[in-house]
Ligand binder design. Structure first.
Ligand SMILES: O=C(O)c1cc(=O)[nH]c(=O)n1[C@@H]1O[C@H](COP(=O)(O)O)[C@@H](O)[C@H]1O
Length: 280
């Protein structure tokens, strides 16, 4: 099954547009594990156990593992998610972007070594830096389009004088991703929840692509506005353009006590319900 179908199936099964981001920071672990990088797997596995019936995806961020020489724990976690939550697709957040030959290696890392269902990519180097990922049948490639950080303005909001209509860079990318770049039908786009106006613009230009939307929770993005701007349904209610709304820190560090997993579940449930209320 391809990434988009996995996503839609998990969304229907768990009645959820929520993705829990796995960004483990040992300094923020519950007091009995605080500062202990050897507990990264244990911490993430407890979060997975506590939220796996509430989410449509998990998104481990590779830097939080690599910074602690914990790639082996990431591999273990990927295998654990596959075993205990096989119905939930996993997005490896790696934001890769390099020439084709190197991209081939990054694709192998994401899809073979880590067995991810999709990977986040920076499209700054152009289509030949994305194409190697599209050769992997059914795997998702999620392109940064209008990111959640203020510095996204530096490039993404600039207008392209040489393209008809002088679109902003993120608008041009959204249009390419919906059409000529989407050779395997598995492209998706990242748009920050901190910019609902731009989510609406991306949705207009890319009506059917899944949108990965980080920025609710710790970054203060507006969950209701995000859903209204990003989700598209047909008249019969079928989802035609879906959203995957990520929250990491607000879920992971809801409590620093021994009840951290229960607290994470409470926040995940509340966030899922808030997204669903806006979707109805
Ligand atoms: O690609 C991403 O996931 C991403 C894109 C973006 O524009 N903004 C953004 O915050 N992210 C990631 O989404 C997560 C947000 O985490 P919280 O702010 O803790 O919910 C982090 O893993 C970021 O690296």
């Amino acid at each position: 099954m391809n990434f988009t179908d996995q996503l839609l199936r998990a969304q229907a099964r768990h009645d959820s547009f929520l993705c829990v981001g796995l960004d483990p920071e040992p300094a923020k672990f519950p007091s009995h594990w605080a500062g202990d990088a050897s507990k990264i797997f244990d911490f993430c596995a407890r979060i997975v156990d506590a939220t796996k019936d509430l989410v449509c995806a998990f998104k481990p961020q590779i830097a939080y593992f690599a910074a602690h020489r914990a790639e082996a724990q990431l591999e273990e976690l990927m295998a654990y998610m596959r075993r205990t939550a096989p119905q939930v697709p996993v997005i490896l957040d790696a934001k890769r972007g390099d020439i084709g030959a190197t991209a081939e290696q990054y694709a192998k890392e994401a899809f073979e070594r880590y067995q991810a269902d999709a990977v986040t990519l920076s499209p700054f180097m152009g289509f030949d830096s994305i194409e190697p990922y599209l050769r992997w049948p059914g795997k998702g490639a999620i392109l940064l389009c209008r990111t959640s950080n203020p510095g996204g303005d530096d490039w993404q909001m600039q207008r392209l004088a040489d393209v008809p209509g002088q679109p902003r860079l993120f608008e041009h990318l959204a249009a390419l991703a919906q059409t000529t770049w989407n050779t395997n039908g598995q492209l998706a786009l990242v748009v920050g929840a901190t910019y609902p106006g731009e989510i609406a613009k991306v949705r207009e230009l890319a009506p059917t692509l899944p949108l990965l939307i980080p920025g609710v929770g710790a970054q203060g993005g507006d969950a209701e506005a995000t859903v209204r701007a990003g989700l598209r349904r047909a008249a019969d209610g079928t989802v035609t353009g879906t959203i995957v709304v990520n929250s990491s820190r607000a879920v992971l560090y809801a409590s620093q006590g021994t009840d951290f997993a229960e607290a994470a579940r409470r926040v995940a449930l509340a966030t899922r319900d808030q997204l669903n209320a806006a979707a109805r």
